[in-house]
Design a binder for this molecule. Structure first.
Ligand SMILES: Cc1cc2nc3c(=O)[nH]c(=O)nc-3n(C[C@H](O)[C@H](O)[C@H](O)COP(=O)(O)O)c2cc1C
Length: 349
């Protein structure tokens, strides 16, 4: 006799967020949730998403809504990715491996953080959905070259160099608590603290070198201007990731949802564009796609899932988000990702 299915433990994203907050030590919650200095960038990402309205379109047959898309030619079940995040071991004892399991269950592209404490091979083995790798230049070229060879051999499908951590942002919640994620992260199986020296001296020469060194398509994460996006695609960069690091780096900068459209126009079909920063609802995802992103990456909501219930929590968070995307598209009268065009969105205040 088959049992009736268990009701899901969580039914909304805010419920998952609350559960994570209740479970985590205060310092860890603040490390994940917080931003730099006055947290204006953090709030602005959110506020500028909220000032966009979605057009309500009716009397379209929306029985079938197709969420499939691709990134860098890799087919994806839907246009959302887990953003790369370091320090996951603070949120769950199995950190990145557990995140890979959760992303796999939800058929969601996972970007593994270059600040991971786990061997890239082990995270690759745990993943069932496509995986891509985020690179930090934490060592000399020899060190990065060795790491890239392992990343390629383990089946990651692209590499994105994060370029907005020249210096570490002043995260005042952590500073005030006299708390640093570094020390706490030493419990990971393969502790490796960032070497700030290499990040601070990163320039376009290193991008040139990276393009020559890896066989994988290269992206840059942390692009916020048309000028930098143009320069990158001119060099052969194939993925432009519009990000201000979730408000954790430069305070008082532009929101990503507003930086996005001119960058999309400038790169045209020469690169795929990813966006992140405050996207935490299906409506947010639809806005990012309508403004031209190929994929929306999601950071903190994945953390909430991980902290609330490990891989099951991650999978549940993404299932709910996916259901929200589907509902939003249907109510907006659009049935395919390609139909999410800029005219679907307008500024209201
Ligand atoms: C706890 C935490 C750790 C992060 N670690 C990294 C990292 O290792 N590499 C990176 O490129 N971005 C990192 N980020 C930034 C995310 O990739 C992403 O840009 C940002 O979180 C998006 O905003 P959201 O959290 O509002 O979705 C981190 C973000 C958080 C919240």
């Amino acid at each position: 006799m088959s049992q009736p299915p268990e009701p899901p433990r969580f039914v909304t994203l805010p419920e998952i967020r609350r559960a994570a907050r209740e479970r985590l030590p205060r310092e860890v919650w603040n490390f994940g949730d917080g931003g730099a200095e006055t947290e204006t960038t953090l709030r602005r990402n959110r506020r500028h998403l909220d000032r966009l309205a979605i057009q309500q379109n009716i009397l379209v047959d929306v029985r079938t809504i197709d969420l499939r898309t691709s990134l860098l030619g890799v087919p994806l079940a839907w246009p959302v990715a887990v953003a790369p995040m370091g320090g996951l071991v603070l949120f769950h004892p199995e950190g990145d491996v557990e995140m890979a399991r959760g992303a796999g269950k939800a058929d969601t592209l996972q970007w593994l953080s270059g600040a991971t404490g786990w061997p890239v091979e082990e995270v690759a083995r745990a993943g069932m959905a496509p995986q891509m790798f985020q690179l930090y230049h934490h060592g000399d070229r020899g060190w990065v070259g060795d790491l890239l060879a392992r990343v390629e051999a383990s089946g990651y499908l692209a590499v994105a160099l994060t370029v907005d951590v020249q210096l570490y942002g002043r995260r005042e919640r952590d500073i005030l608590a006299r708390w640093s994620p570094r020390k706490a992260m030493e419990i990971a199986p393969n502790p490796r603290g960032p070497n700030p020296e290499y990040q601070a001296r990163l320039t376009w020469d290193d991008v040139e070198w990276l393009l020559k060194t890896t066989k994988l398509p290269v992206g840059l994460k942390g692009i916020m201007t048309v000028r930098d996006a143009r320069r990158a695609v001119d060099m052969g960069v194939r993925l432009i990731w519009v990000s201000n690091h979730g408000g954790r780096q430069l305070d008082q900068t532009q929101s990503t949802i507003d930086a996005l459209p001119p960058i999309v126009d400038a790169v045209g079909d020469r690169a795929d564009v990813v966006v992140d920063g405050g996207f935490a609802r299906g409506t947010d995802v639809v806005k990012g796609l309508a403004r031209g992103a190929k994929v929306v990456a999601v950071g903190r909501p994945a953390l909430w899932g991980l902290a609330a219930d490990g891989a099951a929590g991650v999978a549940r968070a993404f299932e709910i988000l996916r259901e929200e995307v589907r509902t939003t598209m249907g109510l907006a009268g659009r049935t395919r990702i390609a139909d999410l065009t800029r005219d679907l969105i307008f500024r209201v205040d």
